[in-house]
Design a protein around this ligand. Structure first.
Ligand SMILES: O=C(O)CCC(=O)C(=O)O
Ligand SMILES: NCCCC(=O)O
Length: 477
């Protein structure tokens, strides 16, 4: 049973006793002069054009990120949605100083061939205590893109194994795969959805559909893209129109699954399209997709790289859908720190060394995931996310009523929230100007501002954010 909200917030507050009461800004613009000078230095070796500012990790604390100029900003972007329980979290720092962590960090194992003695226990603590319902296996990988990419490989191997039955590989298959030709390299595809983001490695990039800039000049696989439903927000207030939009998308998806020239082994979908614009659909749409994939013998991969580990108020966002049958694979990374995918035995390859690489993840990231999980339980952070998320969403809806020409479509689940701005220029002005007021934010899609705070984001932080957003808008951007 969770603590009452007040003591829960107090317990989380105690973790970060040194957090400031509000942002502290020393420069009139971010990046300030020291950030700029450091960026100039880094730029001699690495492109700095996407950099917001240079951070000072020593001085960052809890929900606040420090920059090189001594500014301390409330962080609603959290290293692109990937810090779960605060900067310089004392319990995570204790873990990092522990003998077990230091030894694992300095003696990194090739997990697929030399797992350490505590690996089963680590897998249980890091991954299985919080596994999506119905999935009892975990494949560990290096990053979100690697997670999706290896899940695709598992899907192809599964579909071929289904056809092959107990038979071994044929001589023709073994010879032709070495020339990248059928039958050994069969024609299969992964279907993704318009505006999806699934990563940037070669195959995962073929499934990514969010922005041309990610894909331009890169050879792509002939994989189908299905329409993502064009819903209206708030979802509940537009139920009839949204039902129609979702039925249309489902019908198109079915048509494509049946007619695309390259047979579809699996579909991949995010519960909320986190990079492509915080686009949402109702549980009914995802239930429809699950039914469709089962009917047509296609696998369903849910990409929870950004939505997983509690940000939507459930450990896994797809738990909001109440599926009758679990997805076949659920991929993760970001807040979990460790990356990989959950699955069942059916997704194991027929032979070892087929879905494999040297590191297959990293024990220190698994230790970190276990420690984050422990804090999610100890501080009942899912409850906090739900409470503070509802409060923040209401605050955003109130603001959009006051300023309908500047913001609309406040939406999301838990603290995984967003709103739209009329155009990218006004959006850039909001993000730049609220940063000067001490709130660090990110964007998604063409015209959305996204909130990706940590799971330790509290009502007092939401109040600071909402009042500074109001000030930013009322100052004329
Ligand atoms: O911005 C995001 O949501 C995804 C970040 C990322 O992985 C990327 O841009 O490659
Ligand atoms: N997907 C791009 C993330 C980096 C940025 O915030 O611009």
């Amino acid at each position: 049973m969770g603590l009452p909200s007040r003591s829960l917030a107090t317990a989380v507050e105690a973790l970060f006793a040194d957090e400031p009461a509000e942002p502290r800004m020393h420069t009139s613009a971010v990046p300030g002069p020291r950030s700029k000078s450091l960026m100039d230095g880094i730029n001699t070796l690495q492109d700095q054009r996407a950099v917001y500012f240079v951070q000072d990790i020593d001085k960052s604390i809890g929900n606040y990120i420090a920059d090189a100029d001594g500014n301390l900003m409330l962080d609603l972007y959290a290293q692109i949605a990937s810090i779960a329980v605060g900067y310089n979290n004392p319990k995570l720092l204790d873990l990092a100083r522990s003998d077990k962590f230091v030894r694992a960090a300095m003696n990194r194992p090739a997990l697929g061939v030399f797992p350490p003695t505590d690996w089963k226990e680590t897998l249980d603590e890091a991954f299985m205590t919080n596994a999506p319902p119905g999935l009892n296996q975990v494949f560990t990988a290096m990053c979100g893109s690697c997670a999706n990419e290896t899940a695709f490989k598992a899907a192809f191997m599964y579909q071929q194994a289904k056809k092959r039955g107990d038979a071994d590989f044929t001589a023709a298959e073994l010879a032709s795969c070495m020339k990248n030709e059928a039958p050994g390299s069969p024609a299969y595809s992964i279907m993704s959805f318009a505006k999806a983001f699934h990563g940037r490695t070669l195959a995962s990039l073929s499934a990514t559909r969010s922005k041309p800039i990610h894909k331009i000049d890169i050879p792509a696989l002939n994989w189908p893209v299905a329409p993502f439903p064009e819903v209206q927000y708030p979802l509940e207030a537009n139920a009839a129109a949204n039902r129609e939009a979702e039925d249309h998308a489902l019908a198109e998806t079915e048509h494509l699954l049946k007619t695309h020239p390259v047979p579809v082994a699996a579909i991949i979908i995010e519960p909320i399209q986190g990079e492509g614009g915080d686009n949402m659909a109702t549980p009914r749409f995802y239930q429809g997709l699950r039914a469709l994939t089962q009917r047509l013998g296609v696998l369903m991969i849910v990409d929870e790289v950004q939505t997983g580990m509690g940000a939507t108020g459930k450990m896994w966002a797809h738990e909001h859908w109440n599926l009758d049958t679990p997805p076949d694979m659920v991929t993760f990374s970001k807040k979990m720190q460790a990356a990989g995918w959950y699955h069942n035995m059916a997704m194991r390859a027929s032979q070892p060394l087929r879905n494999f690489n040297t590191w297959l993840g990293d024990p220190i990231r698994a230790y970190q995931a276990a420690a984050i999980m422990q804090q999610i339980r100890e501080y009942d952070l899912l409850k906090l996310v739900n409470e503070v998320g509802d409060y923040t969403l209401q605050g955003l809806r109130k603001l959009e009523q006051q300023h309908p020409a500047v913001m609309c479509n406040a939406r999301g689940q838990g603290t995984f929230l967003a709103f739209d701005v009329p155009d990218p220029a006004q959006r850039a002005a909001i993000v730049e100007n609220i940063r000067k007021r001490g709130v660090n934010m990110g964007v998604s899609g063409h015209q959305s501002v996204r909130l990706r705070p940590m799971l330790t984001f509290q009502k007092k932080h939401a109040d600071i954010f909402l009042s500074r957003l109001k000030d930013t808008i009322e100052a004329g951007l």
